[in-house]
Design a protein around this ligand. Structure first.
Ligand code: FPP
Length: 237
């Protein structure tokens, strides 16, 4: 990884990734779509390591959306099982590297109880780590997150005139999470697809043709380099 072109003082604190293109990567090779997800998992953990080396403090990835239930049942079942196995295989190494694992998304009945337990175990194991906070968005939808925040406000009895942006932000899935500075989407699609809708109001967006299973540390460096060339004004001049 060539870190020379990177200004270490202006590394984004939080990068969020839409890991897209696993299916196309597999189809191009005549492999089942699930082989693309398996290759995508390898890419993901390389990116986690690269993020640590770059000094990024927060990394959030879109692993399974509230819309992904519409995929063929076999692929959904495979993904659920794969996520569970991946977590079991990787958590010790992540813990050793100082990664705090978190999850964002709806804990509804569609998510198998055993997977929920594994998620809670991984979060508990790594809760005190601070090198990198790695958030896996699972059964996540940006609109669902806002709906859930509003429901909590109403359930807490917050009166209408006390509902402002801060109040909503404090009721999102992870109130400590800073907004992403940079969002990366792979595979040539130029959409947000219901990812972190509230949080990415002022994020810089980086799109690449690279399919997620081919994404490596060097691509992360390229995205950070481009980010450092942008001027963030947050609505000011
Ligand atoms: C999008 O590619 C990717 C997904 C729906 C799943 C992302 C999952 C992984 C990278 C696997 C590992 C993740 C964890 C957290 C263990 P797509 O299937 O939509 O690709 P396509 O657009 O080419 O069909």
């Amino acid at each position: 990884m060539d870190l020379e072109a990177i200004d270490p003082r202006r590394v984004p604190a939080h990068i969020a990734c839409v890991m897209d293109g696993n299916g196309r990567w597999a189809e191009k090779r005549g492999l089942p779509r699930t082989a693309g997800h398996a290759a995508g998992e390898e890419a993901l953990y390389e990116v986690v390591n690269a993020a640590i080396d770059l000094g990024i403090k927060w990394l959030t990835v879109y692993a399974f959306s509230t819309e992904n239930w519409k995929r063929p049942p076999d692929e959904v079942r495979w993904l659920l099982n794969f996520n569970e196995q991946s977590l079991l295989r990787r958590q010790a190494e992540l813990h050793e590297r100082g990664v705090r694992i978190r999850f964002a998304g709806r804990r509804d009945r569609k998510v198998p109880r055993r997977l929920v337990r594994r998620m809670d175990d991984a979060s508990a194991l790594t809760a005190d780590n601070r090198t990198l906070t790695f958030t896996i968005a699972f059964n996540y939808g940006g609109r669902a997150e806002i709906v859930d925040a509003v429901r909590k406000l109403v359930a807490d009895g917050v009166p209408a005139n006390r509902i402002d942006e801060r109040a909503i932000a404090r009721h999102l899935y992870d109130p400590d999470m800073p907004d992403p500075d940079l969002v990366i989407r792979t595979s040539g699609e130029h959409r947000i697809s219901n990812f972190l809708l509230w949080e990415l109001a002022y994020s810089e967006l980086f799109f690449t043709e690279v399919l997620w299973p081919d994404f490596r540390g060097e691509h992360l460096v390229e995205a950070v380099r481009e980010y450092q060339q942008r001027e963030r004004r947050f609505g000011a001049i």
